[in-house]
Ligand binder design. Structure first.
Ligand code: PLP
Length: 386
């Protein structure tokens, strides 16, 4: 890819930055600082230190022996992001961006959150680094996710309910961007997924790429070769792009992203601009971003990261959907066979792996990225199964 275009954050026709001029200035500065510190040896060492001592990396690549036997096909390995502190991959990115914020002299971190998972990861990292933390959340979402609001407050964050618009995630994003433009001299906007205007998708990928950096080393140690497929669930696409990153230039490795069949941005989306960047978006009849619904709150987003959009249209990435029933079954099967209760988001990847396994041979290998643990979802699954 053209160096200049890559600098501006384009992945083919996708990505870029479509924002008002005053916000563009803030993003240009962020971009410059990110490229400056990304490869700085001291910054890298500090990041490595906190990922090891606080997050608990590296996490294992577990051979799922019983699941492999039950499905009768390829060897199944699980990349255990569920074992990270706070129970998911989001903390990798939160720590990385906070360290960058510190270097940039920010005293205050802001973030948006839908269901609350990114808000909790951000509030956690802010507590550890003694940063002021303001989380914008749609008023409607604060009611539905009262326990996560309390978690963030326990961690010392201020949660601001956003009443404008429909009081949902989109309105929280707008409120956070507004805050950033007013307070950029001391404030850093910590974005939670591989979406948004440049440099966010590139930055989030950089901090999540640790997933495949580790899994590639681990699978070569265990099996002496690369996997045949890597499977991850895709909401905004951060755990998936992190799980794919170090395999993108390995053409023998299939990269498969899995979406809910009720929010299939990649399988049914069209190129469009949403939240300041271009990607495949699900639109309704009026050409507006479609209202999506997923049983997994983290996958409930009508767009998808620009790099996934590019991997999809170039054919390097494959994208599939699974139904709620398949997800619920996978949630229970992994719990029963391996003693691991997965997040409902991660159960999407497990559900698709189960469908793919019979088409592959016993000498082949699948890595499933287990993006998070399922404790947060147990009550919801209980209600759904009842
Ligand atoms: C937030 C979340 C996701 C979805 O976000 P991505 O950016 O697509 O990774 C997936 N799994 C878990 C456990 C999450 O918390």
């Amino acid at each position: 890819m053209d160096q200049q275009l890559q600098q501006e954050g384009y992945f083919g026709e996708f990505g870029g930055s479509f924002v008002p001029p005053e916000l563009q200035e803030v993003l240009n500065y962020l971009s410059e600082q990110f490229y400056k510190f990304r490869d700085d040896p001291e910054f890298k060492e500090e990041l490595r230190y906190y990922l090891s001592e606080y997050v608990g990396r590296e996490n294992p690549l577990t051979y799922a022996e019983r699941l492999t036997k039950a499905w009768g096909g390829p060897k199944i390995y699980l990349k255990r992001e569920d074992l990270n502190h706070t129970g998911a991959h989001k903390i990798n990115n939160a720590i990385g961006q906070i360290l960058l914020a510190k270097r940039m002299g920010a005293k205050r971190i802001i973030a948006e959150t839908g269901a609350g998972q990114h808000g909790v990861a951000t509030a956690t990292a802010c507590a550890m680094f003694n940063m002021d933390c303001v989380i914008y959340m749609g008023a409607e979402d604060t009611r539905r996710q009262a326990l996560n609001v309390f978690r963030m407050e326990l961690l010392g964050a201020t949660v601001v309910p956003v009443h404008s618009g429909q009081g949902r995630l989109k309105d929280a994003v707008d409120a956070a961007l507004d805050d950033l433009v007013r307070n950029y001299t001391n404030t850093f906007y910590l974005l939670g997924s591989a979406v948004g205007p440049h440099p966010f998708p590139t930055m989030v990928k950089h901090f999540q790429a640790i997933i495949s950096e580790e899994s590639k080393r681990q699978i070569v140690e265990k099996e002496g070769r690369l996997p045949d497929a890597v499977i991850a669930c895709a909401g905004g696409g951060s755990n998936a792009i992190g799980a794919f990153a170090h395999y993108i230039d390995e053409p023998t490795v299939r990269l498969i992203g899995v979406e809910p069949d009720q929010a299939p941005s990649l399988t049914q989306g069209v190129p469009s601009i949403i939240h300041g960047f271009k990607c495949l978006v699900l639109l309704d009849e009026e050409g507006q971003p479609k209202k999506t619904y997923s049983i997994a709150a983290g996958l409930d987003y009508p767009g998808i990261g620009p790099e996934h959009s590019h991997l999809k249209v170039t054919g390097r990435g494959e994208y599939a959907t699974v139904t709620n029933e398949e997800v619920l079954e996978a949630f229970q099967e992994l719990s029963r066979t391996e003693g691991i209760i997965p997040a409902l988001e991660s159960a999407h990847a497990v559900a698709y792996a189960k469908k793919l396994a019979p088409t592959m041979g016993q000498d082949q290998i699948i890595i499933i990225n287990l993006s998070g643990r399922g404790d947060k979802d147990v009550e919801q699954v209980y209600q759904m199964l009842k």
